[in-house]
Design a protein around this ligand. Structure first.
Ligand code: ZN
Length: 161
């Protein structure tokens, strides 16, 4: 699968909820997304990044591949941390992004079973980043206002836009 890059309009639209129990293509989609993520040395990938209009994410922050359907942040910790983030859809730059250090996230497994994940630090960051993709939000949108212009310029130069 090919990863779409900014400024693809697909990256800016809200992806649709799915019903894992009736989605026959889900297993294959997740397998293909995982392969793409590993090929590109990413630690997370959202379906819209490969042009698929579904609320599905895959991630691997600790050598465990996981997939989540219709993920929702149900609890956002008060403590926030700024860290540089990269994105396979925004190649060539790193963007300082403020995120909650701890989140609780709910969603469904590919079998349609409800699950809840309590995440901290890198996993919490990856979940927030990938769920942003499902809502059409990319890291440039999360850049500090005073750095946004400079980052967009750097992105355009790195990608010859
Ligand atoms: Zn991303």
């Amino acid at each position: 699968m090919e990863v779409l890059h900014h400024p693809s309009p697909v990256l800016r639209s809200r992806a649709r909820e799915i019903d894992p129990s009736v989605d026959d293509d889900l297993r294959e989609l997740i397998r293909a997304m995982a392969t793409t993520m590993y090929d590109e040395n990413g630690i997370g990938l959202a379906a819209p990044q490969v042009g698929v209009d579904k609320r599905v994410i895959v991630f691997d922050v600790d050598d465990n591949l996981a997939a989540l359907c219709n993920p929702v942040i149900t609890e956002l910790g008060e403590e926030v941390v700024v860290e540089e983030e990269g994105c396979l859809s925004v190649p060539g730059i790193m963007v300082p992004v403020e995120r909650a250090r701890r989140v609780v996230c709910s969603g469904q497994t590919i079998e349609g079973r409800e699950i809840m994940i309590e995440a901290e630090d890198l996993l919490a960051r990856v979940l927030q980043h990938e769920i942003d993709h499902l809502d059409g939000i990319i890291i440039l949108d999360r850049a500090p206002a005073e750095k946004r212009k400079e980052l967009i310029k750097a992105y355009n130069e790195a990608n010859r836009l």
